[in-house]
Design a protein around this ligand. Structure first.
Ligand code: BT5
Length: 254
């Protein structure tokens, strides 16, 4: 059997310091850089979250990287890509550290209900098709509580904080890129159905009472299902099912 050709991490660009690996990768993609190229930085000075929020990315204490993808897919499919990344991250952490993080819709990973990873997808479109996607992944590996801003300490964590050992970023990144490549080839061959099923198996808020914050409203209900297009189906108190495309999820006590 010929060896499978690797897509993700066919090239790795390592930077000491950058504003945002997403911005750097986006510019490379505009200039024609091939699918699979990874940009990783020791430190980001203005790491980005969703909706203009900031992502704290101090030197050596985490993995901050972005992947250029060029799938042949319609524009709405862009929201599905963080799910394959989440699954690959969970699988890597299970293998290396024998613990299973919780996935939080749409793009967070938690350990003991604290966030240690966020994913930011940015896309360029052409005639309703995806031209390229930048999949940005931030993982807190080695922060101690003192490394987080006081207001973030109660809700943020790092892998080191949870396992009690320093994480070797280089080794972790290598393993993670291999998993990301495997799950991306599943997406290319089988679509997102197996990814959605795996993601649901790691999601502890599925079936639980949640609040969904959107810029204008907050909705409460039961997290009924994750749809095949990555949207969240919320069952409201009156029994009605509502499809939610974006928002921030909060766990609620029943
Ligand atoms: C995210 O946004 O969680 C997406 C984060 C993506 C970061 C990666 S790093 C590589 C690539 N390059 C970039 O510039 N970005 C990507 P969101 O769901 O909007 O969450 C942002 C919120 O998370 C902030 O408003 C803070 O409350 C919190 N936060 C910021 N930094 C954090 C950190 N290091 N650990 C945990 N929580 C953090």
């Amino acid at each position: 059997m010929p060896e499978k050709k690797k897509i993700i991490a066919n090239e790795i660009i390592e930077l000491d310091q950058v504003s945002s690996t997403n911005d750097y990768a986006y510019q490379l993609a505009l200039d024609g850089k091939q699918e699979g190229c990874v940009v990783v930085a020791t430190e980001q000075t203005t790491g980005k979250g969703r909706l203009g929020r900031k992502w704290d990315s101090p030197a050596y204490l985490g993995l901050w990287f972005s992947i250029i993808l060029r799938p042949t897919a319609q524009a709405p499919a862009a929201t599905l890509y963080p799910f394959f990344a989440s699954v690959a991250i969970v699988k890597t952490i299970q293998k290396l550290f024998s613990l299973t993080p919780d996935v939080k819709w749409p793009n967070d990973l938690l350990i003991n209900q604290k966030k240690f990873c966020g994913i930011l997808t940015e896309a360029a479109f052409e005639r309703q098709q995806i031209k390229f996607l930048i999949l940005g992944i931030g993982i807190n590996t080695n922060q101690t509580p003192a490394d987080f801003l006081p207001e973030m300490r109660a809700v943020s964590t790092s892998i080191r904080q949870e396992i009690g050992e320093w994480v070797n970023n280089q080794m972790f990144l290598q393993q993670l890129l291999t998993q990301l490549d495997s799950y991306y080839s599943i997406v290319l061959k089988q679509g997102f159905a197996p990814i959605i099923n795996l993601w649901k198996s790691f999601c502890r808020s599925l079936g639980q009472t949640i609040a969904l914050k959107q810029p204008e409203t907050t909705m409460k209900g039961i997290f009924h299902n994750l749809d095949q297009d990555g949207s969240l189906i919320l069952r409201q108190e009156n029994g009605q099912l509502v499809k939610i495309l974006s928002g921030d999820l909060d766990y609620l006590k029943k």
